[in-house]
Structures are given as C-alpha cells and as structure tokens.
Design a protein around this ligand. Structure first.
Ligand code: PEP
Length: 252
C-alpha cells in the first residue's frame, strides 16, 4: 500500500493575521501544482480565520496547534476542537513537545485532547518523541511506544486510522540538529511494528508517520525517501514559503 505524503507546517507563535495572510497567499501560489501531497498549516489561533479564507479551494488544510479537551466552559484562554472546526480547521496538532515541556501537557492530558479532537471531527496529528537524555540512556524506543500506548489506549482501530503520528525527537526540534534518515527510519519502523502488533493490518498499512525536527530543504529528500517516513511536521522552515515549497517538492 502506498501512503500519500503529508507535509504540515507548524507556525508556532509566529505570524499575526496580517503576516499570516501574506504567507498563506505565497503558499497558495507556490504549492498549486503539488497535487500528490497532502498539505496543512497550523497558524496561531488569531490568524486562523485569515488563513482559512486565503486558502479556500487551495487544497491546503488548516490546523490548530492545540486544543482543550472540553467543548466549552470556564477555561480562560483555551480553545475547543469544536471551535477550531467552526473556524474552518480540519486538523489539529496534539501533544507537541513544546506543549508537553513548556505547558505541562502530560500523557493523560494528551490522551484527553486526542479524544476531544476525534469527538470534534478533527484529524489529529499526534506528536511523540524522546529527549536527548532518554535517547542517551537507550530508552528512546520505550519512551515513544509508551507515549503511543497512553495516547491511543481504548481507541478503536477506526479511530486510530484517522490519526497521523508525528515522530519528533525533542533534541531535534528547533535545534538545527536532525535525526539521520537511518535513525528516523528505525524509529518509524518501530512505531509501525508497534501498530502491527495491536491493530488489524489496515492500521499500520494506512496510518501516516511524519518525521519532525529541523526538517529543511537540504535534508528533506533523505528523510522522506525512507520507507516508513510518510511526511514531515515542519517548524522553522515552514515560515518561509520557498523553503516549505522545497520540502514539499522533496516529498512529491
Ligand atoms: C516542530 O515544531 O514540530 C518542529 C519540528 O520544529 P522545527 O522544524 O523548527 O525543528
């Protein structure tokens, strides 16, 4: 089975509505021809309406960077999955390492958010990844499969089919240091075989596993040519339309 590549850009806390609109316009122009690749961008919440409007009919999906697990309520500053859908998002990032390390999202919180995303009808991009200390201690595979086990516990095979997994080694995010294609492939194969051991064949064959961590035009082809790497979650390089286009071209 061939999985369609999926490249997503996480803009993090960059680009207010005016700048986001300009970047979205550039992306729309540059990415028109890449019909063989699924694409998404995740702007800050306040910029979502501008980006949704600009990317209408472009084929580029819009994602939230996070969500709360409740539908509504007294949760100052939080945004629900239902609100993201209403604003025009189809996807949402869940469990990004910055949410885990800077905002205290535990595995339990990530699991609740993942369920909330599915409840709202969003396609989640579930991030997992080990720290450098965990890798140096030889625990990378256990950490990543442990995160998966806690996030996916109790979900049906059909629900898991709707999830994209992003393997993002924490030591490679925003550091300019990337996993080698072989290192990344090894972890992606571990994730796929972990899925194979627990779900019907269709799940490991279909679920896309993105790599994230300092993906740039110069290293994208090597990573994306690996058999179990089905796309990328791109941070810094997604803020420049040409760089993002070049990464997409490496996948297509
Ligand atoms: C990310 O934030 O998901 C990410 C991978 O960032 P960067 O590409 O900048 O390392």
């Amino acid at each position: 089975m061939t999985r369609r590549p999926f490249i997503a850009g996480n803009w993090k806390m960059h680009k207010g509505p005016v700048q986001a609109d300009a970047l979205a316009a550039e992306l729309k122009r540059l990415l028109m021809d890449f019909t063989g690749v699924d694409l998404a961008v995740a702007p800050p919440y306040v910029s979502i309406p501008a980006v949704v409007a600009r990317l209408k009919h472009s084929g580029i999906a819009v994602a939230g960077q996070d969500l709360h697990d409740q539908v509504q309520g007294a949760y100052t500053s939080a945004i629900s999955g239902e609100m993201l859908v209403e604003a025009g998002c189809s996807h949402v990032i869940v469990g990004h390492s910055e949410r885990r390390s800077l905002f205290g999202d535990t595995d339990e919180v990530v699991a609740a958010k993942l369920r909330a995303a599915l409840r709202a009808g969003l396609s989640p991009i579930l991030c997992v990844g080990e720290t450098l200390a965990q890798r140096d201690a030889g625990r990378a595979h256990d950490v990543v499969t442990g995160q998966l086990a806690l996030a996916l516990a109790g979900l049906s095979p059909d629900q898991v089919l709707g999830i994209t997994i992003a393997y993002e080694p924490v030591w490679a995010i925003g550091t300019g240091r990337t996993a080698s294609p072989a290192q990344a492939q090894e972890m992606h194969a571990t994730i796929r075989s972990w899925l194979s051991d627990r779900y019907p064949r269709e799940v490991p064959a279909t679920v896309r596993i993105q790599y994230g961590g300092s993906v740039k035009p110069g290293n994208a082809r090597g990573l994306l040519s690996q058999p179990d790497i089905d796309g990328a979650l791109v941070g810094g390089a997604s803020l420049d339309a040409t760089s993002f286009r070049d990464i997409v071209a490496a996948a297509g």
